[in-house]
Design a protein around this ligand. Structure first.
Ligand code: FE2
Length: 291
């Protein structure tokens, strides 16, 4: 018996949002959607050919209790953090950062002649890992496996597995899958997503159907949250499609969220803010070594 195909539970067109020091982006989901996307907290999409929309960037700011995943499609983001990491996230690269107990970092898009495009996804940490030691993965494009599909498409595997390839991000409690899928016109894509996991797709380019035959087409820019089931199916429209597909095990834990800090209780948020004022928020600090 084949696994039941997940149908679309809800669609999210995204909301224009001003974030950081004045970056214009499109927010697919965030605070108001808790707990629909559990353990995912937020998805922001950057996309502009106008430098004034992104150059202000995200100067030094704290995070605690979450993982931030920055995926640059086109352009460059300079970054630095209190763990001593610094560098540039370039086209095709992914920065997967576990803030754990606390990190302060900056993320500054650099001027590009073309379009700056990318995503930031936040994953929640389990309660028992919120005060864990921060960890950082800087993944260059060449470290992310790419799988060709039978009909000319391509699947990049950042986390999880697809077509015999395993993404470089491993060992996380919520066992995330994070795929960048490109399909040729009319191509069909099937992947197992075990029952009980939260799953969503975000259409990047073109349009496609998500779900069983006869599902409504989903245009670029939209995010779809899948209902439960055993697999996800997508079929590209006449111009092909490209989309992100993410899934993970939900945490089913209380969420207390204040800006870049996401904990389980209001008391933990108050403690974090007190530590920020007091100057002992960051537990692990190493100087930035300039390359
Ligand atoms: Fe950040």
């Amino acid at each position: 018996m084949t696994a039941p195909i997940r149908t679309i539970a809800r669609r999210f067109p995204g909301v224009p949002t001003l974030e950081g020091a004045g970056v214009r982006l499109r927010r697919s989901f965030a605070n108001a959607e808790v707990p629909l996307f559990d353990p995912f907290l937020l998805l922001d999409r950057f996309g502009s050919s106008e430098p004034a929309d992104y150059l202000a960037g995200f100067p030094w700011h704290p995070h605690r209790g979450i993982e931030t995943v920055t995926y640059v499609l086109d352009g460059r983001v300079a970054h630095g953090d209190t763990l001593g990491n610094s560098g540039v996230i370039a086209s095709g690269d992914v920065q997967w950062m576990n803030s754990g107990s606390g990190i302060v970092h900056q993320e500054m898009p650099q001027r590009t002649d073309g379009t700056f495009r990318g995503f930031q996804l936040w994953l929640n940490l389990p309660a028992r890992e919120k005060m864990s030691t921060p960890a950082y993965r800087g993944l260059e494009q060449r470290q992310i496996p790419s799988v060709r599909t039978d009909n000319g498409g391509e699947v990049k595997v950042v986390a999880g597995t697809f077509g015999g390839a395993e993404g470089p991000v491993r060992g996380l409690s919520v066992e995330p899958t994070y795929l960048d899928v490109r399909l040729t016109p009319g191509e069909r894509f099937d992947v197992e997503v075990p029952a009980g996991r939260t799953a969503f797709a975000h259409a990047i380019e073109g349009s496609g159907q998500f779900g069983p035959d006869g599902s409504d087409p989903v245009p670029a820019g939209e995010t779809v949250l899948f209902g439960d089931g055993g697999s996800v199916t997508a079929t590209a429209g006449a111009s092909g499609t490209r989309f992100l597909l993410a899934s993970a095990r939900p945490l089913h834990e209380p969420v207390a969220w204040y800006g870049p800090i996401v904990m389980n209780t209001r008391e933990q948020l108050a403690e974090a803010l007190l530590e920020l004022r007091r100057g002992d928020f960051v537990k692990e600090r190493r100087p930035i070594v300039e390359a």
